[in-house]
Design a binder for this molecule. Structure first.
Ligand SMILES: Cc1cc2nc3c(=O)[nH]c(=O)nc-3n(C[C@H](O)[C@H](O)[C@H](O)COP(=O)(O)OP(=O)(O)OC[C@H]3O[C@@H](n4cnc5c(N)ncnc54)[C@H](O)[C@@H]3O)c2cc1C
Length: 624
């Protein structure tokens, strides 16, 4: 029988108390009695029951004999959703002294960064499957390794072509150059220029990840300062690179690669990063940036590397949940938020499915833009123009996934024995054109008949995810539409989609089919139903320039605040976008704390990573 990997996480029992929260006073090294009350914290008043039924409590001041007053907790902030961004945000808020509660609708935490055991003995990374983007400053500051997070880089990748050949990539630069030269000596030389160019773009983007985007229409000193900073960074690029940078953000990945390479297989092997998770093809403008989005992470300081979280991607959110609890934060699963409470134009808390009210002056939504504002916030509380833009937010699902339990290691005869590339990403593609044809199917309202897959067998690196001798295979699939020619998926179609993917893999691995013990098949329909990702869009919204930087999620609302006072957004719909990165969660926490510090000047300063810092000076990469 299927059962979840995580135990249910229930709130820790708390001591009854009145007054300033212990989490604040203890961290200040003072007793509750000694601490002066701080503006926005819990008022000294008889407790109100707000979890479940309300009870009438008589004032202790009226009684001559001391009365024990049942104090029920009131929170400074509620975070809706325990995706990694919700947890990151909650951790930073708790770290700054706020009483925080995370409410998660599923019986398990993690959103799209989750590990689950759906077949006995096997741990699946059900959605996200590899780690690179998670900001190292967040890992450090939340001490995620202390809470068990370990990320192991994996080696290389391989592309299999229809003629039985392959193109492998290796971490060893000499082996890599030799392999590229086997396909095109000219491209082997060009690869260095390509790498330098990508790294230049990464250098430009990375300092922006942990910053709140400035509002270009605002005259506030902070926005002007940020715009100036951005201008300085841009100016530092130099005249020629300024042009290149602007072109890059609007180019297709295909056009970008044509500038460097001539060989179709080499181009196809890189182009895949430009279409993962997006409803665009490799010839579509904007996909060069999507490629960059997949290159700007790191593992252990190795820029662009990807790795496996030991125990699956749920290890990340599990470590975050433990960090949150160590900071005094609470987390409830099976607590679906049905509505955000708005009173007198400001947030007052949330109502859960079943009617329970939980109050807090600050509510932060980890859900995507559409789900937050079209489902949870009463429409009459939102400006019409805002709602119009929310409805037009591009959040088209294009991805599916198969998680497969295997009885042994599948063979890929095209690869030489012992080739380390088999431990990395495997793809079946010969040309950029072939990926574009896969996209054509999506446009025609069906799954790709010859899909682009990103296949990995993490158990070759992390044996904890399957019993000895067995393996877990993660198969990310592009393109899969949220609806089939306008109609909902049915079970027969879902099975046919799985067959398409399995048949494709079997063309390159003769013993693969015989090894299959179990497969979890996920179309955008399952991604939406289980995690709440609208249309199953893995990034909570397209990563195109019209929806990036100060336009993410929509113009005028890139600073994590909603049009309702006290309501904030922290999910991947916000800047800098999707992927298991944590930056939206940390940035949103900074804005919540900034607002809170206006009324509580004593609040602890922002932790270093979420403090807005100047960008580093430019580096001459060619000289490195
Ligand atoms: C199939 C797939 C593969 C991917 N692969 C990778 C990868 O390998 N590497 C990578 O870096 N990124 C990958 N991504 C992208 C990445 O996983 C997501 O962008 C990221 O995890 C989103 O995190 P989040 O915290 O912003 O939101 P989410 O993870 O979407 O979290 C939102 C949370 O809110 C909860 N929720 C929804 N409605 C309610 C409600 N009403 N009340 C309470 N709770 C609610 C949900 O259950 C969920 O836990 C992948 C995503 C998918 C779907």
């Amino acid at each position: 029988m299927a059962h979840t990997y995580f135990e249910l996480i229930v709130p820790r029992p708390r001591r009854a108390r009145i007054g300033v929260p212990a989490s604040i006073t203890s961290r200040m090294g003072m007793s509750t009695a000694a601490r002066p009350r701080r503006g926005k914290q819990i008022p000294l008043e008889p407790a109100r029951v707000h979890l479940g039924r309300r009870s009438s409590v008589s004032s202790p001041l009226r009684s001559r004999t001391p009365t024990i007053v049942p104090v029920v907790k009131r929170y400074d902030a509620i975070v809706i959703g325990s995706g990694h961004n919700g947890l990151t945000c909650a951790c930073y808020l708790a770290r700054a002294g706020l009483e925080v509660l995370v409410l998660e609708r599923n019986p398990y935490i993690g959103g799209a960064a989750v590990s689950r055991e759906l077949y006995p003995g096997f741990t699946y990374s059900n959605c996200s499957y590899v780690c690179s983007l998670l900001r190292p400053e967040i890992m450090r500051e939340l001490e995620l390794s202390r809470f068990g997070l370990q990320v192991t880089p994996y080696e290389g990748a391989a592309v299999f072509t229809r003629d039985g050949d392959f193109l492998a990539s290796y971490t060893d630069p000499d082996a890599n150059r030799r392999e590229l030269a086997r396909h095109s000596p000219r491209d082997a030389e060009a690869y260095r220029d390509f790498s330098l160019e990508v790294r230049r773009h990464c250098r430009f983007i990375k300092p922006l990840l942990m910053r709140t985007p400035p509002d270009p229409t605002s005259l506030k000193p902070r926005d002007l300062r940020e715009l100036l900073e951005l201008g300085r960074m841009f100016n530092d690029l130099g005249e020629e690179r300024m042009y290149d940078t602007i072109r890059f953000f609007t180019m297709s990945v295909s056009d970008f690669l044509d500038q460097f390479f001539e060989n179709g297989v080499i181009k196809a092997s890189i182009a895949g990063s430009g279409i993962i998770g997006t409803a665009l093809g490799p010839y579509s403008p904007g996909t060069a940036y999507v490629m960059l989005h997949h290159y700007m992470g790191e593992v252990d300081g190795h820029i662009g590397s990807w790795g496996f979280a030991r125990g699956g991607m749920g290890a990340i959110t599990r470590a975050m949940a433990q960090a949150l609890r160590s900071l005094g934060g609470d987390l409830r699963t099976e607590a679906e938020v049905e509505r955000v409470l708005v009173r007198d134009g400001r947030t007052a808390g949330v109502v859960l499915a079943g009617g329970e009210e939980v109050s807090a002056p600050t509510v932060v939504s980890n859900l995507d833009l559409k789900r937050t504002f079209l489902e949870l916030v009463p429409g009459e509380e939102l400006p019409e123009e805002f709602l119009r833009r929310v409805r037009n937010f591009k959040i088209r699902g294009s991805s599916g996934k198969l998680n497969i339990a295997l009885d042994g290691l599948p063979e890929f005869p095209a690869l030489p024995a012992g080739c380390p590339a088999r431990k990395g990403d495997l793809h079946f593609v010969d040309s950029v054109e072939r990926i574009e044809r896969a996209y054509d199917d999506w446009k025609n309202g069906t799954w790709s008949r010859d899909p682009y897959v990103d296949l990995l067998i993490p158990t070759q690196t992390d044996p904890t995810m399957a019993p000895p001798g067995k393996h877990f295979m993660s198969v990310f699939v592009q393109y899969v539409p949220p609806r089939l020619a306008g109609a909902d998926w049915d079970e027969e179609q879902r099975a046919a989609f799985a067959d398409t993917v399995i048949d494709q893999i079997a063309q390159y691995s003769p013993n693969f089919k015989d090894l299959i013990l179990h497969a979890e098949v996920r179309t955008p329909r399952e991604l939406e139903a289980e995690i709440g990702l609208t249309e199953g869009n893995i990034f909570q919204g397209e990563l195109t320039l019209d929806q990036l930087f100060f336009n993410r999620p929509i113009p005028g609302y890139a600073q994590y605040r909603a049009p309702v006072k006290g309501l904030y957004m922290c999910g991947s719909s916000t800047a800098p976008g999707g992927g298991v990165m944590g930056a939206p969660g940390a940035n949103a926490a900074r804005e919540v704390l900034r607002d809170a510090s206006r009324s509580t000047p004593r609040r602890r300063p922002f932790p270093p990573s979420i403090r807005q810092r100047p960008a580093p000076p430019p580096v001459d990469l060619a000289a490195e």
